[in-house]
Design a protein around this ligand. Structure first.
Ligand SMILES: [Zn+2]
Length: 410
């Protein structure tokens, strides 16, 4: 038996014979693979659509990388696992805190639970920021990032000489090759070590820069197609999904469409009355300038007319929704204690910023494409096997990937 029957975070996962591989294609708006298939760049996925399964699915909110990778890894939304972005504001210390540390994760991952039951687990991420979170509690498994592929060793990462194994140099952190290295390592590790479970998580470098159907995007998806075909040929249950979608957040002139919330609120309430937190902010901002479509706002004591501010924000062109914390937490399954009084969501074409001087857009290169809102919630959910009917009324999320693979694959 490859994977034993387990229950993790209140969900049941069935026993399976075959290795289960989940690929998280970062920022993979469904139009990317649809357009690439139409143009003949994805022969394996074309066959998968005929013989396997494609299901409509959504990601967890906010539609950001870390919250969704942790949802896929734990099988539950951010309200349960606690990771709701790269940053949150710690009221107790009055500081903005990075959430990359595993101490912020509130539940065990499937990976750690399977490994503790004797299954062999391999987790490969593109960027190192995710590795520590996904490797939380994982004893004895393999867990490494392509970004630090030249630094691995068996004792710490469960593998030696990744670059020798795949025959590739270590790519730049801002490149399509960083994702290719993850896929190449996934194929090589599956072939050599035959782990019981794999998780391969890519980077959205290409998706932030290039629209679906573009030559660059099609080349990326052709690469993905080739590696997925090899994974399939090695014999595994393969689920391909995404952490979130991606949309253009720029006008016809190519300039970013941004609502600068801190500037707006300082004007309405006075400086210092509101603190805008953009949870997309992280050390790797070259391709999005820390502009996404989700923000949370902390209001200080004398500015706490939450409903009044929410109503006023909701009228601002480009703002899709502005909700009080409890409404937002209930509606979008967010951890209320890591949110400000307000949650603000930008529409399909609009990103949210703090103040113009706090966003360096000089390195963008291409018109802004980003994510974080409701318009980026649709994600692919492609399985290389037939999938039995899911329970009546079940709303499928990307974080059902291992649940579907272990319970519903024919
Ligand atoms: Zn992402």
């Amino acid at each position: 038996m490859a994977l034993p029957r387990i229950e993790v975070n209140g969900r049941r996962y069935g026993a399976t014979e075959d290795t289960v591989v989940v690929v998280c294609v970062d920022g993979s708006e469904p139009a990317y693979h649809e357009r690439a298939i139409q143009a003949g760049h994805m022969p394996f996925f074309e066959k998968l659509l005929a013989n396997g399964t494609s299901l409509p699915a959504t990601c967890a909110m906010p539609s950001f990388t870390n919250p969704n990778n942790l949802s896929i890894a734990t099988g539950v939304p951010p309200s349960v696992h606690g990771i709701c972005g790269n940053y949150f504001f710690d009221r107790d210390t009055g500081e903005e805190v990075m959430m990359n540390d595993p101490k912020w994760l509130r539940v065990p991952t499937l990976f750690a639970e399977y490994a503790s039951r004797g299954a062999t687990v391999a987790v490969v991420t593109a960027k190192d920021k995710l590795r520590r979170l996904l490797g939380s509690g994982l004893a004895g498994g393999m867990c490494f990032s392509a970004e630090h592929a030249d630094k691995v060793n068996r004792a710490e990462y469960g593998i030696d000489d990744v670059l020798g194994l795949v025959g590739m140099p270590r790519p730049s952190v801002y490149s399509a090759e960083l994702s290719e290295l993850v896929m190449a390592a996934g194929v090589a590790v599956l072939r050599r070590d035959r782990p019981d479970l794999m998780y391969l998580s890519l980077t959205d470098y290409v998706q932030h820069k290039h629209a679906p159907g573009s030559a660059e995007a099609n080349a990326f998806y052709a690469m993905l197609d080739g590696y997925c075909q090899r994974l399939d040929e090695l014999g595994c249950v393969l689920v391909v999904t995404a952490d979130h979608g991606m949309n253009a957040k720029s006008g016809a002139d190519g300039a970013p469409e941004v609502v600068y919330l801190q500037e707006l609120l300082d004007g309405w309430l006075g400086a210092g009355a509101a603190r805008v937190i953009l949870p997309i902010t992280d050390p790797y901002t070259v391709h999005h300038g820390a502009l996404g479509s989700f923000a949370t706002v902390y209001l200080s004591g004398d500015a706490k007319d939450v409903d009044g501010v929410a109503h006023r924000l909701a009228e601002v062109p480009g703002v899709e929704l502005a909700l009080g914390r409890d409404d937002a937490a209930a509606r979008f399954e967010l951890p209320a204690d890591r949110m400000g009084e307000l949650v603000v969501i930008g529409d399909r074409g609009t990103a949210l910023g703090t103040t113009p001087d706090r966003h360096d857009l000089s390195q963008l290169g291409e018109p802004l494409r980003s994510h974080g809102g409701l318009a980026e919630q649709r994600v692919p959910f492609l399985v290389n096997r037939a999938v039995r009917e899911l329970p009546q009324g079940h709303e499928l999320h990307n974080y059902d990937a291992y649940w579907v693979a272990t319970n519903f694959v024919a």
